[in-house]
Design a protein around this ligand. Structure first.
Ligand code: NAD
Length: 454
């Protein structure tokens, strides 16, 4: 039996030893989930709703414990970690309203009645990355359970601790054993098995675009349903007619939150040339004020990177001879720290400008006019998120319609709400999570015709 040593990104010391499932154990849990599906799907809508609300209430009770666990395991700031546990509660509460509202349709037909049903799929495999262990798990398991499916969930190797705790809390809430199963393990073993085991009827994968493509190929073999939430390289587009003070004050948080390990990070700032100098002056002040410190402090705005490997990867994008426009601060001593870093590449071919770094590095580049801004924003294989800053409402509408991305915000950097859809264009993903339509991704539509002729 293999195990994984969880390392604190703050102290670089081991904090837990986690047993990793092998193939046989994975198959055994999947079989248990398939068995549990037979009874879970029959739990009455009202009872399923009550159980999900109880689960949500307990997640709320344990908010501080879950948040502290995330600070320990992932180095998230305590403020973020409390929000993340609260997001699991909110997503559970939101989808607890779904069992009683899983409506089909009645479609007029001759000689009978035609009704559609939304049937659960069976066992759903949820594969979670390390950057937002709690919310991304919840976005998968909450609607899946609400629609009557059972779940096998694999947390990332680096960040299993809150997922394991959520599995225990589900049992305490009265969710029957076998309905929500957390299986820590390797992607190449447990994750791959979710794809190849025919009892798993759908994969919800969040992670890198490379692994996502591999999973999509694997799912093709069984025509397995798949939702993918992948990488991003989102643009923060700032027009000269915008509130430049507000855009500059918000720009550090939009890219350096969670140390830039955020698929929605606005890691390309496109600023209209006539406002470039003013923006950079204000942006520098904001970056230098951004508080990078012990994430357990209430004042922390950014903690360390998740691992030594991630730190090495980010450093590769900023080699010693890089011209750095300016940098923020970072604590000295132990921990995988990287100071917020602002680059001003000469052109859009620059590697740091084009590739997802998943660290606190942002590239700023000037554009001339609206067409230029749209062309530059769309010049990426990704299309997940982005911001548009302008006081001209017509321009804001035109640009938000033209940018190829799933989640945009105008005069704001906030694009994730559990009751609105989330997902990517192009190589940022396939399908949508959250919002009112997520249930469609966890159900099959069945059409039944009843002949009523005598
Ligand atoms: P990753 O692709 O390496 O791993 C993600 C998960 O997949 C982990 O649980 C891993 O164990 C598992 N996995 C790895 N290989 C597998 C395989 N062959 N079969 C099945 N499962 C496998 O990604 P990561 O480094 O953990 O996460 C960072 C990436 O996630 C970034 O690219 C980021 O943009 C992306 N991300 C996207 C979103 C989104 O919603 N679009 C959200 C968060 C993160």
């Amino acid at each position: 039996m293999s195990s994984y040593t969880v390392i604190s990104p703050v102290t670089e010391k081991s904090v837990a030893e986690i047993v990793m499932a092998d193939l046989q154990q994975t198959d055994a849990v999947i079989a248990t989930a398939a068995k549990a599906f037979e009874s879970w799907r029959k739990v009455t809508p009202g009872d399923r709703a009550k159980l999900l609300r109880k689960f949500a209430a307990l997640v709320d009770t344990y908010n501080e414990e879950l948040a502290q666990l995330e600070v320990l395991n992932s180095g998230h700031t305590i403020g973020n970690a409390r929000w993340e546990a609260g997001n699991v509660r909110d997503v559970l509460n939101y989808y607890s309203a779904a069992p009683e509202r899983l409506f089909g349709r009645q479609i007029p037909v001759p000689n009978g009645i035609d009704i559609t049903f939304k049937e659960p799929l069976g066992v759903i495999g949820v594969i979670v990355p390390w950057n937002f262990p709690m919310p991304i798990a919840g976005w998968g398991f909450a609607p899946a359970l609400a629609a009557g499916n059972t779940v096998v969930l694999k947390p990332a190797e680096l960040t299993p601790m809150t997922a394991i705790r959520l599995g225990e809390i589900a049992l305490e809430a009265g969710i029957p054993a076998g309905v929500f199963n957390v299986i820590p393990g390797k992607g190449s073993i447990v994750g791959e098995r979710f794809v190849t085991n025919p009892l798993v009827r759908k994969i919800v994968f969040t992670g890198s675009t490379t692994v996502g493509k591999h999973i999509m190929q694997g799912c093709a073999d069984q025509v397995k349903r798949v939702t993918l939430e992948l990488g991003g390289k989102s643009a923060n587009i700032i027009f000269a007619d915008a509130d430049i003070e507000k855009a500059a004050a918000g720009a550090p948080g939009a890219v350096f939150d969670n140390a830039g390990q955020d698929c929605c990070a606005r890691s390309r700032i496109l600023i209209q040339r006539s406002a470039y100098d003013k923006f950079m002056e204000l942006f520098e002040i904001a970056v230098k004020k951004f508080r990078v410190e012990d994430p357990s402090l209430d004042t922390a705005e950014m903690g360390p990177l998740i691992s030594a490997q991630q730190l090495a990867r980010v450093k590769e994008y900023v080699p010693a001879d890089t011209e750095i426009a300016f940098q923020g601060n970072k604590p000295a001593g132990d921990g995988y720290w990287f100071a917020p870093t602002v680059l001003t590449p000469k052109d859009t071919k620059d590697r740091a400008y084009r590739e997802e770094i998943f660290g606190p590095v942002v590239s700023v580049i000037a554009f001339e006019d609206e067409d230029d801004a749209i062309r530059m924003a769309n010049d990426s294989e990704y299309g997940l998120s982005g911001s548009i800053w302008s006081r001209d409402i017509g321009r804001a509408v035109r640009v938000s319609r033209a940018v190829e991305a799933g989640n945009l915000s105008v005069n704001s950097n906030s694009s994730v709400r559990y009751w609105t859809p989330f997902g990517g264009y192009k190589q940022s993903g396939l399908g949508r999570e959250l919002g009112p339509d997520a249930l469609d991704a966890f159900t099959e539509t069945k059409n039944v015709f009843f002949d009523t002729q005598a």
